[in-house]
Design a protein. Structure first.
Length: 374
């Protein structure tokens, strides 16, 4: 039976609570025999916004335990066409936490990516990328811990630990995978199980994101932490807590049917604090204008007019889409709606905790290798 831990937390006790969370899932026994762990962070926006990316206390709490227990830790995050891992690490206050524990941040564009031949039969990934599957060489043979947040997503209803692999196992141009996103997530879960000897998923629900995720959300204080080694079970519990039926989320249902994990919450052993099984936050997954247009052109119109996808997403015209996304998110929504929501967040205990973390110095070397992986 799959086991998922769910506990309550507070800004005053969150570091100790992360240690308790890891103890509940027996992480030491699970990672027994391993000395090196990849810590896959989550960066959905280079700018800071509550619940959007790995918060500093999640990183702090997990590194505190891993370093104490003698693991060699590789914190990583990738680049997308709309995010910069160095800028995100600075604005989300990760850098001083890395320095505190003596670990080095590794942007994935700068590591060696190698071709990988999956042992499993893939649903979509090989078709989207012409049969050429690339993975970071750093990942192979090492355990991985995913640091996700509790939030909705316009493409996948929720985004949790399963989708966190999306930002680690597909290079910069992974937006092409949105066309078949649910099948791609199942493929990535299969690949993870082949290349990682151990996988642990942690979801920070201290402040959760409701609405048009993964960026333009309404932050909700929830005071929850979730963890487990069955990634499907972790996401299913998170989905149920947010108010969604996991069985109606395509990637969770397919992963369950393929034996990759458990999406039946009633069959999952929930451990931790009492009374959390019945929580329903009644979140609603909505689509931002950018996600709406992406789905309109990539999924709907391209079925009738295949040339549309080629012209809009596989030619220099795509730079206009990137520019449009940047203008909407960074220069219209963030300084207006986003700023108001951030101010409200700063009035909460979690906002005050976030303000207590320093930014640190902006790194001198922010080199990111630019390469066309496909």
């Amino acid at each position: 039976m799959s086991k998922v831990a769910v506990i309550r937390t507070t800004p005053e006790t969150v570091l100790e609570d992360y240690e308790r969370l890891l103890e509940l899932v027996e992480y030491r026994r699970y990672f027994s025999g391993l000395e090196e762990v990849v810590l896959k962070l989550n960066l959905s926006w280079s700018l800071f916004f509550p619940a959007c990316s790995t918060p500093p206390w999640q990183l702090d709490g997990v590194l505190r335990v891993l370093v104490r227990d003698g693991f060699r830790v590789y914190p990583v995050e990738d680049q997308t066409v709309v995010t910069d891992p160095w800028k995100g690490a600075y604005l989300n206050k990760w850098l001083p936490v890395f320095e505190k524990y003596g670990v080095s941040f590794t942007p994935l564009p700068n590591v060696e990516w190698v071709e990988y031949e999956p042992k499993s039969k893939l649903l979509a990934l090989d078709k989207l990328f012409q049969g050429r599957i690339l993975v970071p060489k750093l990942f192979i043979g090492r355990g991985v811990i995913h640091l996700a947040t509790l939030k909705t997503h316009g493409h996948t209803v929720i985004t949790g630990v399963v989708k966190n692999a999306f930002g680690g196992l597909i290079p910069r141009y992974r937006h092409h995978a949105h066309k078949l996103i649910h099948d791609v997530l199942v493929d990535l879960l299969q690949i993870q199980k082949e290349i990682h000897p151990r996988i642990l998923g942690l979801i920070d629900g201290t402040v959760a994101g409701d609405g048009a995720g993964p960026r333009t959300m309404t932050p909700r204080v929830c005071n929850l932490l979730i963890a487990g080694v069955d990634q499907v079970a972790v996401d299913s519990v998170a989905a149920r807590i947010m108010g969604f039926d996991p069985w109606k989320i395509e990637y969770l249902r397919k992963a369950h049917e393929m034996g990759l994990g458990c999406a039946d919450v009633d069959a999952i052993d929930l451990v931790g604090d009492a009374g959390l099984r019945e929580i329903r936050l009644n979140f609603k997954a909505r689509r931002s204008p950018v996600v709406f247009l992406d789905q309109l052109f990539r999924k709907k119109l391209s079925r009738r007019f295949p040339l549309i996808e080629t012209v809009l997403f596989h030619t220099p015209l795509f730079k206009l889409a990137i520019l449009g996304s940047s203008i909407y998110h960074d220069h219209i929504w963030y300084p207006t709606v986003g700023r108001v929501r951030i101010r409200r967040f700063f009035e909460t205990g979690w906002g005050r905790l976030w303000l207590s973390y320093p930014y640190g110095k902006y790194p001198r070397d922010t080199y990111l290798r630019r390469w066309d992986s496909y």
